[in-house]
Design a protein around this ligand. Sequence first.
Ligand code: PGA
Length: 244
Amino acid sequence: MRRKLIAGNWKMNGLLADGIALAAAVAELAKPRKHKCDILICPPFTLLIEAVRAVAGTPIAVGGQDCHMKASGAHTGDVSAPMLADLGCRYVILGHSERRADHKEPDSLIKTKAQAALAASLIPIVCVGETEAERDSGRTLEVVAGQLKGSLPEGGTAERVVIAYEPVWAIGTGRTPTLAEVQEVHAMIRRESGLGQGVRILYGGSMKPSNAQELLALPDVDGGLIGGASLKADDFWAIATACP
Ligand code: PGA
């Protein structure tokens, strides 16, 4: 039985006061209850330590949005996986389409970063997803399978790796694939990942309170990677509580 994971990707949002308030609000919502799913927030680097403090004593985990492939050294501006683990992070998002686009990150680099994450005892959330042109030309399954093959770490297991399927054209646009399309890609990812039945595969791209329930009910959707809707504690919480 795969336990669902609801992960908030705050992206480059939140000054100190706002970020602390958001983490505290999510922590407050999480406090009194037992949860049907695992809950994770991934604030920007500048807010991580405050987020770890804010959620202390709750079941909420904290993760980074990227890490370097090396543990330390002359890499100005970068943050390593052991640094994230040292702060109390348990996860790190890797290969998000915005990093693939903004920083030209290839699959091979994402794989090396994912291996660095594993070495630091972090769970990498490896992101894959097709562009609109790739979907329109009928290449979705082929593109996503290729990204998976190139980006998944060696030595990963179903317990220590999470995959996120995020169609690029669905991110921040309010558009989503049909439920059948999401299920088709997730089922393929599970088959092709080599990680077995137990690997958790999150859907990301315009997941919100109004569509979370139907997406999270799909047999191969094991949670969500939530961008915009994770910046409002109530919306994020509504998605977390939509887990079947
Ligand atoms: P969105 O972003 O929920 O705002 O579409 C998801 C993501 O990029 O992880």
